[in-house]
Ligand binder design. Structure first.
Ligand code: NAD
Ligand code: ZN
Ligand code: ZN
Length: 392
């Protein structure tokens, strides 16, 4: 089959690789009809995630048709259409029973690597380094889906791929980010980053009762999308001092909840930004926490900071004094996707979300390397790319 394969920083190639096979009774093989590139994939592309190996198949947002199931999979059959959550979870362990699927205790065969880095391991993730299992990803024509009896969501009705594809990741991620804000009536929520995760976080904040949502980015087309589609007020962080502007907009108090939908590759200027860029380059710091610092300082006293943005390792100059003295609550995590599949599918059916409107580009899988560049560099107004593995 064809797959998009990682060869090193900035080097991805679409290549012929062996077809996946059923390895365990709970596996399924899915023929992929649509797959997307996520902001998290950019961290791999830019070489900021450790334990990637040349030859790794990328991609963790995908859906398609079941072509084969293992002997223990009774709820899926060949021909079923499914969306596959990016987090791999067994459905039975301590964390899965608590619906904290991204913390599954059984799905990361390389748990020892994660334990060394983070103290404890998390769940396995498709196409996302050996630290989270070394699983082949879904930017490919086929994928092996472990725990297929517990994870994938079957789509029975006439919804298009693009209406349901993002249930695999960015829609639940935006939703969980807003849910983590514990929004009360009257709350002001600020969202850093108007990429796919930011857009769904804004839309979810409204659905969960926010009174005002303020979104921050610098790309005009993303800010326009946040205004016109997601109905937020917007700030261009290159035109204003964000912390000052937020203070002014909230009577001096600051937003009740702040969402970091940017993560480890935050862009910035000034002394601290240069400090982060250099420390990251010489590997003294794994991530650039420009936005996280701003978020922590901007949030009102006693407010909630929600971090869907991905961080990999260690950061410097985190204002812990601000967190402690101002009684902030910090909520974060890889998304517990399985928990949100059914309720968010219902919301898509009801029209609360129209995820297909996020898609700006559709390309054959063969064009994955160009698509990564376009998405990373925000060329041609790119906000979300869907790759079609069977299109030439
Ligand atoms: P994206 O790269 O499309 O969007 C990031 C946005 O942040 C861009 O529009 C960029 O201009 C903006 N940005 C950069 N610096 C900024 C700054 N200083 N202030 C304000 N905005 C700034 O990515 P995405 O797909 O929307 O993903 C966003 C983050 O969420 C990434 O870190 C990704 O890894 C993470 N993510 C996490 C999960 C999870 O399970 N927690 C799932 C999916 C994605
Ligand atoms: Zn993702
Ligand atoms: Zn589990």
């Amino acid at each position: 089959m064809k797959a998009n394969v990682w060869h090193g920083k900035g080097d991805m190639r679409v290549e012929k690789v062996p077809d996946p096979r059923i390895l365990n009774p709970r596996d399924a093989i899915v023929k992929i009809t649509s797959t997307a590139i996520c902001g998290s994939d950019l961290h791999l592309y830019d070489g900021y995630v450790s334990t990637m190996e040349a030859g790794d198949i990328l991609g963790h947002e995908f859906m398609g048709e079941v072509v084969e199931v293992g002997s223990a999979v009774k709820n899926l059959h060949a021909g079923d259409r499914v969306v596959v959550p990016f987090t791999i979870a067994c459905g039975n362990c301590f964390f899965c029973q608590r619906h904290e699927h991204s913390l599954c205790e059984n799905s990361n065969p390389n748990a020892w690597m994660a334990e060394k880095m983070w103290g404890h391991s998390t769940a396995g993730v498709f196409g996302y380094s050996h630290l989270t299992g070394g699983y082949a990803g879904g930017q490919a024509q086929y994928a092996r889906v472990p725990y297929a009896d517990a994870g994938p969501l079957r789509i029975d009705d006439g919804l298009d791929d693009e209406q349901v594809l993002f249930l695999s990741d960015v829609l639940p991620t935006g939703y969980m980010a807003a849910e983590n804000c514990n929004i009360q009536g009257g709350d002001v929520v600020a969202v850093w980053g108007c990429g796919p995760v930011g857009q769904f976080a804004i839309q979810s904040a409204w659905l969960l009762g926010a009174e005002r949502v303020i979104a921050i980015d610098r790309f005009p087309e993303r800010l326009a999308m946040a205004r016109d589609w997601s109905r937020a007020e917007t700030l261009d962080y290159e035109a204003v001092d964000v912390a000052d502007a937020l203070r002014d907009m909230t009577g001096g108090r600051g937003p009740d909840a702040c969402i970091d939908a940017v993560g480890m590759e935050a862009h910035g200027s000034g002394v601290l930004a240069t400090y982060d860029r250099i420390r990251q380059m010489i590997r003294l710091e794994s991530d650039r926490p420009m936005v996280l610092r701003e978020v922590l300082r901007s949030c009102r006293n006693g407010g909630t900071v929600s971090v869907p943005g991905v961080y990999g390792g260690f950061i410097d100059k985190l204002p812990m004094g601000s967190v402690m003295n101002r009684a902030l609550t910090l909520k974060t995590g890889q998304t517990h996707v399985q928990r949100y599949l059914q309720p968010l599918l219902e919301r898509v059916r009801r029209g609360d979300f129209e995820p297909q409107r996020l898609v700006t580009h559709r390309l054959p899988l063969d064009d994955a390397p160009q698509a990564y560049r376009m998405f990373r560099d925000k060329q041609d107004g790119c906000v979300k790319v869907v790759l079609k593995p069977w299109l030439h």
